[in-house]
Design a protein around this ligand. Sequence first.
Ligand SMILES: NC(=O)c1ccc[n+]([C@@H]2O[C@H](COP(=O)([O-])OP(=O)(O)OC[C@H]3O[C@@H](n4cnc5c(N)ncnc54)[C@H](OP(=O)(O)O)[C@@H]3O)[C@@H](O)[C@H]2O)c1
Length: 334
Amino acid sequence: MKIIGVKQPGGIENLAIIEKKDPIPEAGEIIVRWHATSLNYHDYLVAVGGIPVPDGRIPMSDGAGEIIAIGDGVDEWKIGDKVMSMFFPNWIEGKPTLKKTMFIMGETLDGCIAEQSCLPATAVTRIPDGYSYAEAATLPCAAVTAWRGLMVEGNFEAGDKVLIEGTGGMSIFALQLAKAAGAKIFATTSSPEKAERLKAMGVEEVVNYKEDERWGKTIFKLAGGGVDHVLDVGGGSTMRNSIEASAIGGHIASIGILSGGRKGEITFPKLFFKHLRMTGLAVGSREMQNKMVDAININGLKPIIDKRFGFDELGAAFQYQASGKHFGKIVLEY
Ligand SMILES: NC(=O)c1ccc[n+]([C@@H]2O[C@H](COP(=O)([O-])OP(=O)(O)OC[C@H]3O[C@@H](n4cnc5c(N)ncnc54)[C@H](OP(=O)(O)O)[C@@H]3O)[C@@H](O)[C@H]2O)c1
C-alpha cells in the first residue's frame, strides 16, 4: 500500500510517497481502507515542521473509508462498514485526561493519508447517513470542534447569537451547526467575496477584520449588546476583539492561533466584568463525535467542500490552503 510520510525537517517539498506492507489486524483491531482525507490547519503545521513529528510520520488527522478486515473479538463492525477517524482515538467518553488525549492521529500516531491503517476497533465512528467519503472526511477535526464549542461547552440554546471568525473549515461548520440549531450568526472575514457568501448562508452581519481593527466593538454593537458564543480562531491575534464582541455572560471557545496568535494580551477586567466563560478546547471525544453524527442525520447538514485533490497532490492542497483562498473544506480523494 501507499502512504505519504513527512520527511524531517518538514516542509511541503519533503512529503514523500512511500510503499509499505499491507497491515494485518490483531485481536480487537480493524483495517480501514481510507478513501478521503481533509485538510486542517493542524495538518498544515505537521507538514511544514511547525509541530515536530518523527521522520516518516503519516500526517492528516481526518479520514473516511471502509472496513476491509477485522481482528478477533470485534463485534461493533463488519466488513464494508463506512467509518471515519477520530482526532483522539483514545478519548472514548467523559472528561479529557492526558491518557485520553496524548495520542493524536497524524501527529503522535500515523494519520490517514495512507491507503490502509490498522486501528483499534474503537478508533473510528460511523459516518452520517448518505455521506460520501469526501464529505465524511471533513468532520472529525473541524466539525467536532465546532460542535463541542457550541453544544457541549457552550450550552447553546435556540435564539443565541454566535460569532464565527474567518471562513476556514472549523468556522463554516460552526456557522452551519449554529444555523441548524436556530442561532443568529455574525461573522468576520478578510474578503468581500467571502462576505457575500456568508450573507447568502444566512449570516446576519459580516465585518472585515482587516479593514476594521476594532471589529469586536463593531460586532458588539451590531448584535445589540454582544454575542452569546464566540469561536475564537486567532488566540493572541483575535482574543481581545472576541472578548469585546461578547455579551455579558457569554462563552468563548478558545480554538486556534491563526495569524501568529500563539501568545497575546487580554484586558482582564473585560473578562470578569462581563462574567465571561472561556473554554480552551481541542476537538472532542468519540461520544461527542457520535452525538454530532446523530444531529447531522436529523438536520441534514452537508459540508461545504471548496476544492478536491488526489492522493499525490497533498503538497498542492497544502499550498492552496496556505493561500487562504478556500471557503470551508479542502479534501483529497483516493
Ligand atoms: N482546538 C481545536 O480543536 C481545533 C480544531 C480545528 C481547528 N483549530 C484551529 O482553528 C483555526 C482554524 O482552523 P481551520 O482548520 O478551520 O483553518 P483553515 O481552514 O486553514 O482557516 C483559514 C481561514 O481562517 C481565517 N483567518 C485567518 N486569520 C484570521 C484572523 N486573524 N481572524 C479571523 N479569521 C482568520 C481566514 O478566513 P478569511 O479568508 O475569511 O479571512 C482563513 O481563510 C486554526 O488555528 C486551527 O489550528 C483548532
